[in-house]
Design a protein around this ligand. Structure first.
Ligand SMILES: NC(=O)c1ccc[n+]([C@@H]2O[C@H](COP(=O)([O-])OP(=O)(O)OC[C@H]3O[C@@H](n4cnc5c(N)ncnc54)[C@H](OP(=O)(O)O)[C@@H]3O)[C@@H](O)[C@H]2O)c1
Length: 248
């Protein structure tokens, strides 16, 4: 019986670590072919080599999601290599934390560029292919911070709220092409995300929080696989999950 994942072509941004990497491993193990995007190409190539040990299943493409042409090349590579895109996972993200009063304006810009514009570029790159195919699924990664505002994380929370708004708008607009849309909002999941904070006190607090509650990254991979595996007529629009011990 088909798991509705086997054979699918799945593009994943931010696949060089954390949630994206765990997703690539799980989806490949379930028979998907994956096209991996991130800036650290050495890590992506290593992952692709690991996944390709049992046959041609993975391609690595150096991608900065803040550069529209890069994201287009990522999507185009999927089509050139595997002839289609079944799922686009807009996962790349950063989380520099600081009180607004510290005026880390460059970090605000960067967070918006990666977390929001990067997702928009992913939608723009995948949508024309999916419209032509008359099928597809776009998965955007938000956060529980896209539901609740985090202290010292206003800009991150704002981008993750925006990703949810964008995803709901997309859901309403792509019905005519049979395109499914999913937004996943994880709570604390062990990854390199806390490292994107440059303020030492913020990083220490986050490290402590993640050490006490975070769950492994394959939690995200299983949630993603669930949304993809459902029959095509079933559109899983939103998933929110947290570690059992996470309060906010
Ligand atoms: N971990 C959590 O607790 C948690 C909770 C809720 C939501 N999330 C979301 O989950 C997503 C993945 O984060 P993670 O937790 O897996 O963190 P991570 O381990 O730090 O991974 C982030 C990924 O994003 C990529 N990335 C960052 N900037 C990029 C850019 N400009 N262009 C392309 N790729 C870029 C990184 O690759 P390169 O550095 O190689 O480019 C890396 O692969 C993010 O959207 C994050 O907001 C995470």
């Amino acid at each position: 019986m088909s798991n509705n994942i086997e054979g699918k072509v799945i593009v994943i941004t931010g696949a060089s670590s954390g949630l994206g990497l765990a997703a690539a491993r799980l989806l490949c193990a379930q028979g998907a072919r994956v096209v991996l995007g991130a800036r650290r190409i050495d890590r992506l190539r290593q992952l692709a080599d690991e996944l390709n040990a049992g046959g041609m299943r993975a391609v690595a493409v150096e991608t900065d999601v803040t550069v529209r042409a890069d994201v287009e090349r990522l999507a185009d590579t999927a089509v050139q290599t595997f002839c289609r895109i079944d799922v686009m996972v807009n996962n790349a993200g950063i989380m520099p934390q600081s009180p607004l009063a510290r005026l880390k304006v460059e970090e605000w810009d960067r967070t918006i560029d990666v977390n929001l514009k990067g997702v928009l570029y992913g939608v723009a790159a995948a949508l024309p292919h999916m419209q032509r195919q008359m099928s597809g699924q776009i998965v955007n990664v938000s956060s529980t911070a896209g539901h609740k505002i985090m202290l010292n994380g206003a800009v991150y929370s704002a981008t993750k709220h925006a990703v949810r708004a964008l995803s709901e708008g997309l859901r309403q607009e792509v019905k005519d092409w049979n395109i499914r849309t999913t937004v996943i909002s994880p709570g604390a999941v062990a990854s390199e995300l806390p490292d994107s904070s440059t303020e030492e006190d913020m990083k220490l607090r986050l490290d402590g929080f993640y050490k006490s509650v975070a769950i492994p990254a394959d939690s995200f991979a299983r949630a993603l696989a669930f949304a993809i595996a459902q029959p095509e007529e079933m559109d899983v629009n939103e998933i929110v999950f947290r570690p059992i011990r996470q309060v906010p």
